[in-house]
Design a protein around this ligand. Structure first.
Ligand SMILES: Nc1ncnc2c1ncn2[C@@H]1O[C@H](COP(=O)(O)OP(=O)(O)O)[C@@H](O)[C@H]1O
Ligand SMILES: [Mg+2]
Length: 330
């Protein structure tokens, strides 16, 4: 396999931040701690991890916006530390927060970005027209962005990051904060990008999103890649659907777990605070029906019952033995 099969490669990347609140200095936060990544050209690669795992730091380091302290990285065939300017010409970056102007229309925004990138008036116009079409924004093109839905804004942000048709596009949590519809719209836009030949590195906190879009997923925890696999491979390791029961009375929790155990393929886990018991099942609907019926027969009052797909939390529990340590939002 030659190096050019990969659009992004990182080996042993390290990045440390000075700890903000320490008096006297000398304390560091290792945001990247020997991070490895290999993204095949022409694919969507998911970088999956909880808040604070190091996703944004990794993307910013690869996109040359942040200098790293150790390791090496290559993007679009160029060494990031050696030639950041050339890297910048070959990449695009879109983030959680759109940099578009609210008052201007979508078309005006894209034309402005085109001119910012020295495209010249006519080419900027033509490129804006192409991108509006590509991201399904033709009908909204001449409305001011202030009136756009969240999904439309995010698509406009994607379009803006594509002005120069980059070979590699970094998308940092492009759907965080969007409703399901907006999320679906962004997913369609990402698929269209990759069909057009762009390589996408997409960070996300949602296993479902990585599963839907990516052909490979790297799981990041505390600045390190702790798994690198296909979505199916990852899901196989994590396990399938779970039956979950929330009981009304704490005294019933153990009994509910025993009921679940009759149909589950894993030992039920219980959460005494949430009064929840859950375990993995094979035949999801049959298992749910059986559990519901037995609980009723035994007179166990149920607050909630349902099927749950594996979440990022489940991934972490399986891979690391600990729950994702979500950092409190600043
Ligand atoms: N500018 C900064 N100064 C100090 N610590 C930072 C800074 N940016 C991020 N961090 C810390 O580095 C770690 C990784 O952060 P980040 O890359 O933003 O993670 P993610 O994008 O996965 O949420 C976190 O512990 C975060 O608090
Ligand atoms: Mg982030």
């Amino acid at each position: 396999m030659s190096a050019t099969d990969y659009a992004v490669r990182a080996e042993g990347l390290r990045k440390r931040y000075a700890e903000k609140k320490t008096a006297g200095g000398g304390a560091y936060k290792l945001a990247l701690d020997g991070f490895d990544l290999a993204v095949r050209a022409g694919t969507v690669h998911g970088l999956l991890g909880p808040n604070g795992a190091g996703k944004t730091t990794a993307v910013r380091a690869l996109a040359t916006l942040l200098r790293f302290d150790g390791g090496r990285a290559e993007v679009a065939g160029v060494d990031v530390a050696r030639d950041p300017r050339l890297v910048r010409r070959r990449i695009g970056l879109a983030g959680q927060y759109a940099a578009v102007d609210e008052v201007m229309t979508g078309r005006q925004n894209l034309e402005m970005f085109g001119r910012l990138f020295h495209l010249g008036g006519r080419r900027a116009k033509a490129r804006a027209g192409e991108l509006l079409e590509r991201f399904d924004l033709v009908d909204a093109a001449d409305k001011s962005v202030g009136a756009y839905s969240g999904g439309m804004r995010r698509r406009l942000d994607l379009a803006a990051s594509m002005i120069l048709a980059p070979r590699v596009l970094f998308l940092d949590e492009p759907t965080t904060g969007l409703d399901p519809r907006g999320r679906g719209e962004v997913w369609d836009a990402v698929r269209a990008l990759v069909a057009g030949g762009t390589t996408v590195l997409l960070t996300t906190q949602y296993l479902e999103e990585a599963d839907k879009l990516a052909s490979r997923i790297t799981v990041i925890d505390r600045g390190r890649a702790i798994a690198d696999d296909t979505p199916d491979g990852l899901k196989n390791r994590v396990g399938g659907d779970r039956v979950e029961v929330v009981v009304a009375r704490a005294a019933d929790l153990a009994a509910a777990a025993r009921v679940i155990a009759r149909v589950s393929v894993t030992e039920p886990e219980t959460d005494e605070v949430a009064l929840r018991a859950h375990a993995q099942v094979d035949d999801r609907v049959a298992a749910l029906t059986e559990v519901a019926r037995t609980l009723q027969d035994e007179g166990i009052a149920v607050e909630d019952i349902g099927l749950r797909r594996p979440s990022l939390d489940d991934v972490f529990l399986r891979l690391t033995g600990h729950r994702a340590e979500l950092e409190a939002a600043a």
